[in-house]
Design a protein around this ligand. Structure first.
Ligand code: Q46
Ligand code: ZN
Length: 300
């Protein structure tokens, strides 16, 4: 196997690109894909400071690593979900990464903000853990960015994540989710920060290879709640399709972004208000986060 760029010995074969790369040329390929994502979707400029949401996993730490390397000004944001040993370990990975790269890391604890950690929220709400968790993460990311003056939050979602989300939304024809799924969500209100996914062009396998070859110390274990999540089942189906036809995930996701998404964007007529309690953007009177926190408080 020879490197497509230099002809030297390759360490990694990328079937969907019909290519193989040596380590330095794979790094160059990876960084090019990130740069292309940022450029194409005008995710952020060199003057803007980026808040990078990090979980301690391979994707978000690989993203942070690339952005630092490319000379962007970044700060990490770690959201402590209070999910047993997983949260303790993942926070330690983020702390160590920030310290070794000399970059700042903000930490926010769901238990402080909502009143209870994710496992308790799950019990109280009797809903899947990812529902209260996802809601809290989106809310706290946005609030941290607003409070600290960051114009944009970057997350480590990769091509596989985007394909699984898209698959899930299509399965149930969730047209509102389809309208909202994008590599870059613009700010539609003064209190909503732009959200971007600079890794959306790269697969999970590619970000794992990048993190491994860059010797990034990341948490290998998944969140213990991820196992039951339907997104994992969708990923398995998509992996089988990718095996049968390399590039299938890419075509599915890019075809949607380039040709189909706009068709779902039409009915965005919801009026945006500010939550009477916390001031966050909501379509109702009290935002979903404040309702969740109320529910947790009532039960304790
Ligand atoms: S952390 Fe939270 Fe994920 Fe765990 S509880 Fe679900 S949403 S799986 S990315
Ligand atoms: Zn609120």
């Amino acid at each position: 196997m020879k490197c497509r760029t230099c002809g030297g010995a390759a360490v990694l074969e990328l079937r969907r690109h019909n290519a193989a790369f040596c380590t330095p040329d794979f790094f160059a390929f990876f960084r090019r894909q990130v740069a292309e994502a940022i450029r194409k979707h005008r995710m952020f400029s060199r003057d803007e400071e980026v808040l990078v949401a990090v979980s301690g996993g391979k994707d978000s730490l690989a993203l942070w690593d690339v952005l630092i390397d490319e000379g962007y000004r970044t700060t990490g944001l770690y959201l402590d979900l209070g999910i047993f040993e997983y949260s303790v370990e993942s926070r330690a990975k983020c702390d160590a990464f920030a310290a070794s790269h000399g970059v700042p890391l903000l930490v926010s604890r769901v238990a402080d903000e909502v009143g209870a950690p994710v496992p308790v929220i799950q019990r109280v709400t009797r809903r899947p853990p990812c529902s209260g968790c996802g809601l809290s993460k989106r809310y706290l990311m946005n609030r941290a960015a607003l409070e600290h003056g960051f114009p944009v939050v970057a997350t480590g979602h990769n091509l596989d994540d985007e394909a699984a989300t898209l698959f899930g939304s299509v399965m149930h024809w969730q047209t509102e989710s389809l309208a909202r799924q994008s590599p870059a969500l613009p700010s539609t209100h003064a209190k909503l920060v732009r959200r971007v996914k600079p890794l959306y062009r790269l697969s999970e396998r590619e970000s794992a290879a990048y993190a491994f070859l860059r010797r990034i110390d990341y948490i290998v274990d998944e969140c213990p709640f991820a196992k039951g999540a339907t997104s994992l089942a969708h990923k398995e189906i998509l992996n089988r399709m990718e095996d049968a036809a390399p590039g299938a995930k890419h075509d599915f996701v890019f075809g949607f972004f380039d040709r189909a998404r706009a068709a779902f964007e039409t009915a965005q007529t919801a009026v945006l208000n500010e939550c009477a309690r916390c001031g966050a953007v909501t379509t109702g009177t009290i935002c979903a986060f404040c309702k969740l926190a109320d529910q947790v408080k009532r039960s304790s």
